[in-house]
Design a protein. Structure first.
Length: 331
């Protein structure tokens, strides 16, 4: 059974500081996450100078700065990403980063990124999708805000990579209200597009990510921070290390609980079988040569003898007919 890929979405929770970014790597490597993911962008190529901020960004950052100014403060340099790439290798956790412009795609490809994450906001960005598709590398694509038709259009552009592509169900709300999670849409994506699916979780709790695992997610992505009280747009909707580890442990338990789907007695059950199953025993003294009947046989523990399911095979036809006619049995 393939294990669920658990991604700690560090995003911009480093606040533009390489030392904080490395601390995030340290913490993520202790939680059971398979990968830690950052965001690679150049503010000047991501947003116009007077781009407005989303409500959640206004709530958790200074109201006096624009989205462009906020993003500029959250940039990491190429040298920073090179350092993080090697640092993740030292910490035995996979480095990932989401590119938000075509130059960043090229940079991450040259850096050695072996799987690309397409964020929800780029799913309608034709030239961006073409650029990633030209790399012919595995892709994980979030589908927040997208309709089924928009996802289908994106997959047509990603024709070279479509055989190795995972779709993430996602609700692009920060935080996501539980009533808007709609986890069953993940199953719809799998059925409609015949792709492996996962879930990018922006809820405040652990339940949605754990439930998505039970529904068949092969990737779980969850925002990750060192401290929810830090300034920045995403810290408040992120899990701290202790909670993230609780989620990761629960996901691993769910993986084991799902099993292989074959219905059979387990090893633990077989140990209890003889103590809780019943066998046929005499309900009263039975004389030698006396036929077995429903009156002189009954079922009791333990289950090392003849199964009660064999009862009719031990009885004569008359006894069976009498039993079937017995009004008490019919009731």
């Amino acid at each position: 059974m393939n294990k669920v890929m658990i991604i700690a979405e560090a995003g911009v929770n480093h606040n533009g500081d390489l030392h904080i970014a490395k601390s995030l790597v340290d913490a993520a490597s202790e939680t059971g996450a398979n990968a830690i993911k950052f965001q690679t962008f150049q503010a000047k190529k991501l947003a116009v100078s007077d781009a407005k901020k989303a409500d959640y960004q206004k709530q958790y950052t200074q109201n006096t700065i624009s989205q462009y100014e906020m993003l500029k403060e959250l940039e990491l340099s190429k040298e920073d990403f090179l350092a993080l790439y090697h640092y993740c290798g030292q910490k035995n956790i996979q480095f990932m980063s989401t590119p938000f412009d075509e130059d960043s795609i090229e940079f991450l490809d040259c850096l050695g990124l072996n799987i690309f994450k397409i964020p929800s906001g780029e799913i309608t960005n034709y030239s961006y999708l073409k650029k990633i598709d030209s790399l012919n590398k595995p892709i994980i694509m979030s589908t927040g805000m997208a309709t089924i038709d928009e996802i289908a259009d994106a997959l047509k552009v990603l024709k070279h990579s479509s055989q190795n592509l995972i779709l993430l169900h996602c609700t692009s709300a920060y935080p996501t209200p539980v009533k808007e999670v709609n986890l069953k849409a993940m199953c719809t994506l799998k059925q409609r597009f015949q792709k492996e699916v996962g879930y990018s979780d922006h809820t405040l709790g652990l339940e949605a990510a754990i439930a998505a695992t039970a529904l068949g997610a092969c990737v779980i992505e969850k925002h990750f921070t060192l401290d929810q009280s830090m300034p920045g747009p995403d810290h408040k909707i992120s899990l701290e290390p202790k909670e993230f580890k609780q989620m990761a442990d629960a996901i691993r338990n769910i993986e084991q609980a799902l099993g292989d789907g074959v219905k059979r007695p387990t090893e633990s059950e077989l140990k209890n079988k003889e103590f809780v199953r019943k066998s046929l025993v005499a309900a009263k003294k039975i004389k030698k040569g006396e036929p077995f009947t429903y009156d002189n046989l009954c079922a009791k523990r333990c289950g090392m003898g003849i199964s009660p399911m064999k009862l009719t095979g031990l009885l004569g036809n008359e006894a069976v007919r009498d039993y079937e006619k017995d009004e008490r049995i019919e009731e």
